[in-house]
Design a protein around this ligand. Structure first.
Ligand code: PLP
Length: 289
């Protein structure tokens, strides 16, 4: 079955899905996006993704391409048309096509694109047993990382460094040693006293939907949680470390820059959080491992 994409009001085969070469997304990365997980045919944390998309658009003064309700209808159409049971939904909105010039165009109509593809979350379940490694990378991004912008070049470069080092993720580190987040994931540690720590929701990081879900679950399960900065040295001294994202819901980190974390195997707190998360996934979608 050939994949279908939604482009500005039409569902078209992926190979025929195009936008204008003067689209400001292509010219200036002048746009925003969302990635939502689909499990058992249902979208996980969908209202949070819609809310974040709206916020990203507002922060950049890009007009909403359609109402939230219409967005949900189109999303479900795209998933149905591509027969997605377990997969990922991509939503991208840009300021639209206009003669190439830096200032906002007066009359551009926002571009809206949605695609979907299968994704097997059981891969993540397997990685939860083995753990993954991360490397550190200098923080080279702009200062509004809370906006889910399509300008991802620093993230792409960091992720490529990770791949070349045979690591799963790269953690961005400020000059003072503070770990902000990963190239496409939020970063967490569990201190030796059991406190779970992750960078505060500010302009310096993306407010991950999975980060929000996991914070709520951790508090619900009576874990001590701190939204506070931590350094690479803190992470190396931590009992556990892990990362979260829509596509990598809760993965234990067993090494950072080749240094073992804890005893070098996935830790018990991360395992309990992952367990709580899969229970939440099942509650929302009916999906089971
Ligand atoms: N941080 C960055 C820089 C990201 O790009 C992403 C996701 O793409 C995340 C964190 C995790 O966000 P979410 O949990 O909403 O997928």
């Amino acid at each position: 079955m050939s994949r279908l994409a939604y482009v500005n009001g039409r569902l078209v085969p992926l190979a025929d899905a195009t936008v204008h070469i003067e689209d400001r997304g292509f010219q200036f990365a002048d746009g925003v996006y969302e990635v939502a997980a689909v499990l058992n045919g249902r979208m996980l944390d969908w209202p949070q993704h819609v809310a974040r998309l709206g916020r990203s658009l507002r922060e950049l003064s890009i007009a909403a391409p359609m109402s939230d309700a219409a967005l949900s209808i189109v999303a479900r159409r795209v998933l149905a048309a591509n027969r997605i049971r377990d997969g990922l939904l991509y939503v991208q909105a840009t300021r639209g096509a206009a003669r190439r010039d830096h200032p906002f165009p007066a009359d551009a109509v926002p571009t809206l694109v949605m695609t979907a593809r299968p994704f097997d979350f059981r891969v993540r379940v397997a990685q939860q047993k083995t753990g993954i490694s991360v490397i550190t990378h200098p923080e080279i991004r702009w200062q509004r990382r809370d906006i889910k912008s399509i300008a991802l070049l620093p993230n792409v470069l960091a992720k490529q460094s990770a791949r070349e080092a045979k690591a799963f993720e790269a953690w961005f580190v400020d000059p003072d040693g503070t770990v902000t987040e990963g190239s496409s994931t939020n970063a967490w540690i569990v201190r030796k006293d059991g406190t779970i720590v992750t960078y505060p929701a500010s302009e310096n990081i993306l407010h991950g939907v999975m980060r929000g879900t996991l914070l709520a679950l951790a508090r619900e399960h009576q874990f001590r949680v701190e939204e506070a900065p931590f350094t690479t040295a803190d992470a190396l001294d931590a009992a556990e470390a892990f990362l979260t994202s829509t596509t990598a819901p809760c993965l234990p980190i067993v090494s950072i820059d080749g240094n073992r974390i804890g005893d070098g195997t996935p830790g018990p707190v991360t395992a309990r959080l992952a367990e709580a998360l899969w229970t939440e996934v099942e509650r929302q979608t009916g999906w089971r491992r």
